[in-house]
Structure formats: C-alpha cells, structure tokens
Design a protein around this ligand. Structure first.
Ligand code: ADP
Ligand code: MG
Length: 333
C-alpha cells in the first residue's frame, strides 16, 4: 500500500509547488478566509499551509490521510457536478507518502486542537485557533530519484508562489500570504464580501482590485474588461493590451468555474482573438474566468485536475474568442 501510494504520489506531487496547490485547494474547500503559506528551502524542507477554515474533527484526522478518503463527494452523481476543488481524496495520502506530514486542526466545537503525526500515527492535544495547519517536511526524502529532479530553492519558491498566485486570482474574497525563510514574500489582502456586496458589479470590482494587487496596477491600466455570455458559457476577466505584455509577457490565467486550468481550446480561442484584433500580438496577458454548467465540463481528467474536458468545446471556443475580440475591439476611453 505504501508503494501504491508512492506511485500515485508521483502523479499528484511533482515538486513542492504541487503540494502547495493541493493544500491551498483544501484550505479553500474548508471555507478559509485567510491562507498563510510558510516555506523553507523553496518548500523542500518545509511547506506549512495554515487556514482559518472549518477544521478537521479529532476523530477524522487519521481518516483524512487515507487514500481515496474524501469528505467532499458521496456519490457518483456528485462527481458529475463537483463544486469543491478536491474530490479524489488522494492529495493528503500522496503527499504524506513522500514526506513527513503533520496535521494540526481544530473545529469550532472543540475545546482544543489536535495534532496528528502521519508517520507515527501519534495523536495529541495541541494549541491553535479554529482551522487547520498542514505541515509537510522533507519532501521526497524517501524518493531520492525524484528529489534529484528538483531545481534550486529560488526556482522551487517561484513555482510555489505561482501556485498561490493562481488561487489568489480566483478568490479575491480570501487573503493570502507567503513566507519564505521567515520573510514575507507576497501578501494579498481579502476584499471582504461585505465590502464587495453580492451583486456582479461589486464582485467585478473585487476581482479588479485583486488583479491589480497580484499582476500590478499597470496591468489594470493596460487591459480591458471582458464580459460576454454566449449560450451556456459566461466569460469575464481582463485582457491585456500590448503594453501589458512588456512587463509580464505570456502570463495567461484561465479559470473554469473557479478552477485554474490549462486548456488548448481556451488558449487557442484567446490567441485567435488577439491575432484578429491586434495583429501579431504573440504573447498576450490575460485573466479569463469561465462560468459553465458543471454538467458540461469534466474536471476529473487528471489527478492534478489542471486539465478539463468540455462537452461542447466549439461552444466554449466561440464564447472565449468573441468575448476577447469584443473586449479588444471596444472603443477605449
Ligand atoms: P480531497 O480534497 O480530494 O477530498 P485530500 O486528500 O486533499 O482529498 O483531503 C482529504 C480530506 O481531508 C478532505 O476531504 C477533507 O475532509 C480533509 N481536509 C484536508 N485538508 C483540510 C483542511 N485544510 N481543512 C479541513 N479539512 C481538510
Ligand atoms: Mg484536496
């Protein structure tokens, strides 16, 4: 079982950043409003992800580490329309099999927190407020072949920061902080939902503030809003003008129902729009958010859930292409 876990781990955890992505997914699924990531040596020596979410009840701490243990879906029907980031119940087990992991958690109903050491199974009372801290130490210590493929600490750190950045661009209502070797590397403050209100305009504002915080105020200046609904697909976000590419070429963020994805249909559609309107714009910068009926997209294609499959990719392609074309071609103030 140890071996099977380690093989599965290879698919889920490629480098520290993959563990960071999974742990932040879990924090968001738990309803966190603040997520803090602390790293040592680019995440190889330590990744600690701390949240103020619902917490894990004492008795469920050992369960959370088991393979295919997920509290998030209970039927195949749920699998068709997952709303949470996680659902495969693989990540914690996979990461634990290639590291020294500890879970520290407290729910609203508990008088104290509990800490589980994954390796020894020891469970003891500990101190913290409501929420969860997952500590991952010495990643790949038992799989030297994989450890050898890691790059310098600076490179691994950059990948970790990028992983958090992807989450941050999807969730302006959540605060994020990243520390490395005791120094604050990035901090993005939440736009509280009370400030943002519930209407679309307020949410768009919150998103723009986060885009400015994460990608730089110059990105807001050098980009145009995207807003289009075509059939079952809604596309929002911002498309960078040529000036935006000067400082941050080739940063492309695509989200499907709040999930960061890499997808050829989306990048091709956006690229076509840029070629049509701004001939020769080779490395556009954009952040695009698609909302689509969960039944029309399969997110269970790959363990890392970074790939998706659309039921009707032509429809999605058209929606994105038109959305970006309209945005780029609109007269500007
Ligand atoms: P999945 O996210 O696919 O369910 P994981 O292996 O990532 O699988 O996590 C296993 C389970 O552990 C989750 O279903 C959840 O119940 C619990 N869990 C993990 N991290 C957290 C967290 N930060 N806060 C609350 N519960 C968590
Ligand atoms: Mg998960």
């Amino acid at each position: 079982d140890e071996l099977i876990s380690q093989i599965a781990a290879g698919e889920v955890v490629e480098r520290p950043a993959s563990a960071v992505r999974e742990l932040v997914d879990n924090a968001l699924d738990a309803g966190a409003t603040q997520v803090t990531v602390r790293l040592l040596a680019g995440g190889v020596r330590l990744i600690a992800v701390e949240d103020d979410g619902a917490g894990i009840p004492r008795d469920e701490l050992p369960v959370a580490l088991r393979r295919h243990a997920t509290s998030k879906i209970t039927s195949l029907h749920d699998l068709e329309s997952v709303a949470t980031m996680g659902f495969r119940g693989e990540a914690l087990a996979a990461i634990a099999s290639v590291s020294e992991m500890a879970l520290l958690s407290r729910t609203a109903l508990q008088a104290s927190a509990f800490m589980l050491d994954a390796r020894s199974g020891e469970l003891r009372p500990a101190a913290r407020s409501q929420g969860t801290t997952v500590e991952v130490k010495e990643l790949f210590f038992s799989t030297p072949a994989r450890r050898k493929f890691l790059k310098t600490d600076a490179t691994e750190l950059a990948h970790c920061v990028e992983a958090v950045r992807r989450h941050a661009l999807a969730r302006p209502d959540v605060g994020f902080a990243i520390w490395h070797e005791g120094k604050l590397v990035e901090q993005w403050r939440a736009t509280l939902s009370a400030e943002a209100g519930a209407d679309d305009g307020a949410q768009q504002q919150a998103l723009e503030r986060r885009l400015g915080d994460v990608l730089g105020e110059d990105f807001i200046r050098d980009s145009v809003p995207v807003q289009l609904r075509l059939g079952a697909v809604t596309v929002t976000g911002r498309a960078g003008l040529p000036d935006a590419a000067r400082s941050r070429a080739d940063q492309q963020f695509c989200y499907v129902n709040g999930r960061f994805v890499r997808d050829k249909v989306l990048t091709h559609a956006a690229r076509s729009a840029y070629e049509d309107v701004l001939h020769g714009q080779k490395q556009p910068v954009y952040a695009l958010y698609l909302q689509i009926d969960p039944l029309r997209v399969d997110v269970n294609v790959h363990p890392t859930k970074i790939e998706v499959r659309f039921r009707d990719s032509r429809e999605v392609h058209q929606a994105v292409r038109h959305a970006v074309e309209n945005a780029l071609a609109a007269p500007r103030a």
